[in-house]
Ligand binder design. Structure first.
Ligand SMILES: Cc1cc2nc3c(=O)[nH]c(=O)nc-3n(C[C@H](O)[C@H](O)[C@H](O)COP(=O)(O)OP(=O)(O)OC[C@H]3O[C@@H](n4cnc5c(N)ncnc54)[C@H](O)[C@@H]3O)c2cc1C
Length: 505
């Protein structure tokens, strides 16, 4: 095995990266197939130490650390390739890498102060330190901008006070990117967001874990309730290029652009499992593979693989850290929400195809369902993101005074236009209900997916795969359009117990 030191010295070209990737893939395979047999569910939480040691031997947590601080200096394309390789073996591992690389290292590299960066990255490179991000509070999740964690300047130090929960790597990360709001002299919290890095090894900076959660899936990642009562020096503050909110959006959008990295390896693994299973399982004297409905599920999973590949390709072109992604909410939100929907859909398809065996705790099909579900909730709940996608499109429509969807699509997604122009030839009613705006957001996102798959297709990507996925996306657009036009406005009946017991009838 090539040592990580040699790789650091040589990491200037694609060859050395492919060497790194191969080394990492071998390490992950050893970790999950030899050291820890992933097919045997032990019920233990956290990564076994031997697994973590094996994975760390390839230095994946230093991948995106800039070269001048001793890291590999990898770009977003390379990070996506590595995280995707990890998610083929373990979604929890790929999320751990995603948290460390996208939610800590990338924003800290971009906005951290020079005097502190060397110290922090030294610990990553030499001691395999890990970082995480704290945004969510018990009372403020989706409504994160109203967070109550306060930041007060006290004798040249910033006092962070508050509670945060559901942070990936709770109690395990060495460094945390903390978010809060500056308290003004009259005691009110200011609107803008402050970000600081805390170092758990320093007295007065340690984050206290008040409770560990029994998370439903992703067993290897610790989550919990954290108490923040820390004093941080000025050089641990992240310096925004304009406002703190824009800095946080740049961070979140870059992370959303990298969701397909976690999605791709995961979906590919599920697809491989599904093909293998249906090739060998006999039902009614025939292999499952020969049934049409089974083909439908498999081709869905395969389309998800293709769409995710197209997203990875797009993200690798736009999401490098030099770029300001704060204005790219529309693209980032579409990519994140479809990716997480496809992960969950693929897991549900595999579980259906595997049948009862998949419902055992030690089968990947069942665990894939619970492990992938929170991707639709964290970093922006999909229900909210789809609505925001619609708001953004309608704002643009108003700006250019073009409400005919077909005409709008012609500029927005020119390659997808040919596929969907006829069915979208209507004026959008911009006064839509929230539920309709969610459907409309899903619709626009699928059109965008057609666009990105078409762009990948011209790069000589497997045409059969591209054509199949475009056909299925067209089917989705048709279905969503009919939902959009069906004008459902049902409301829950809160006192539903009244006159509703079938037995009395
Ligand atoms: C596995 C996992 C990992 C996580 N990792 C991290 C992490 O590393 N760091 C971190 O800081 N946080 C993390 N989180 C927290 C996550 O970001 C929040 O759970 C998320 O932002 C949603 O907040 P909430 O749970 O308080 O839900 P709420 O804000 O209460 O929302 C719950 C649901 O209500 C609905 N809803 C909310 N608002 C609206 C609206 N305006 N319109 C329509 N519907 C709405 C949506 O369906 C939403 O899913 C993680 C969570 C999970 C489950």
């Amino acid at each position: 095995m090539t040592s990580s030191h040699q790789l650091t010295a040589n990491f200037d070209n694609e060859l050395s990266f492919s060497q790194f990737l191969e080394n990492f893939q071998n390490s992950v395979k050893r970790a999950f197939h030899e050291i820890d047999n992933i097919d045997v569910f032990s019920g233990t939480r956290g990564f076994p130490q031997a697994v973590l040691d094996e994975i760390k031997s390839a230095n994946p947590f230093s991948l995106v650390i800039p070269k001048k601080y001793g890291g590999f200096g990898a770009n977003v394309k390379q990070n996506i390739a590595m995280i995707s390789a990890a998610s083929y073996e373990s979604l929890a591992l790929s999320l751990t890498l995603g948290i460390n690389n996208a939610l800590f290292v990338q924003p800290f590299s971009k906005y951290g102060q020079e005097s502190f960066k060397q110290k922090v990255f030294d610990r990553f490179v030499k001691n395999h330190a890990l970082g995480g991000l704290m945004i969510t509070e018990p009372e403020f999740g989706s409504d994160a901008l109203n967070m109550q964690t306060s930041v007060t300047l006290k004798e040249n130090k910033y006092h962070f006070e508050g509670k945060k929960h559901w942070q990936g790597l709770t109690g395990m990360a060495d460094f945390w990117l903390l978010t809060g709001r500056r308290k003004s002299e009259n005691g009110n919290l200011m609107r803008d967001i402050e970000m600081f890095v805390s170092d758990n090894s320093v007295p007065n900076q340690k984050i206290v874990v008040e409770e560990y959660f029994q998370n439903l899936g992703l067993y290897q990642i610790p989550y919990g309730l954290n108490k923040l009562d820390v004093l941080l020096p000025e050089d641990q503050r992240l310096i925004p290029h304009s406002t703190g909110v824009k800095m946080m959006l740049d961070l979140l959008h870059r992370s959303r652009f990298q969701f397909p990295a976690m999605g791709l390896g995961f979906i590919k693994r599920l697809l491989d499992e599904a093909i293998e299973h249906t090739k060998t399982r006999l039902v009614g004297g025939k292999t499952l593979l020969t049934y049409d409905q089974v083909q439908q599920r498999l081709s869905r999973m395969q389309a998800n693989f293709t769409i995710c590949s197209a997203f990875c390709h797009k993200s690798s072109q736009v999401a490098d850290i030099e770029n300001d992604l704060s204005p790219l909410g529309l693209e980032a939100n579409m990519i994140k929400s479809i990716t997480s929907d496809m992960m969950q859909e693929s897991a549900q398809n595999l579980l259906q195809l595997v049948g009862a065996k998949g419902y055992k705790l030690n089968n990947i099909a069942g665990s894939a369902v619970v492990d992938s579900r929170p991707f639709q909730i964290f970093e922006g709940s999909n229900d909210i993101l789809y609505q925001q996608i619609t708001e953004s499109v309608i704002k643009t429509m108003k700006g250019i005074k073009e409400f005919n969807l077909s005409k709008f699509i012609k500029d927005f997604t020119p390659r997808a236009f040919d596929f969907v122009k006829k069915m979208l030839d209507f004026d959008v009613n911009i006064q839509m209900s929230q539920r309709n705006s969610v459907i409309f957001g899903q619709l626009i996102s699928r059109i965008y997916a057609i666009e990105l798959v078409s762009q990948l297709k011209v790069k000589t990507f497997n045409n059969d795969l591209a054509d199949n996925s475009i056909e299925l996306l067209n089917f989705d657009v048709t279905t969503l359009l009919s939902q959009y036009n069906s004008n459902n406005s049902t409301k829950v009946i809160i006192d539903y117990q009244e006159n509703s017991y079938w037995y009395d009838k």
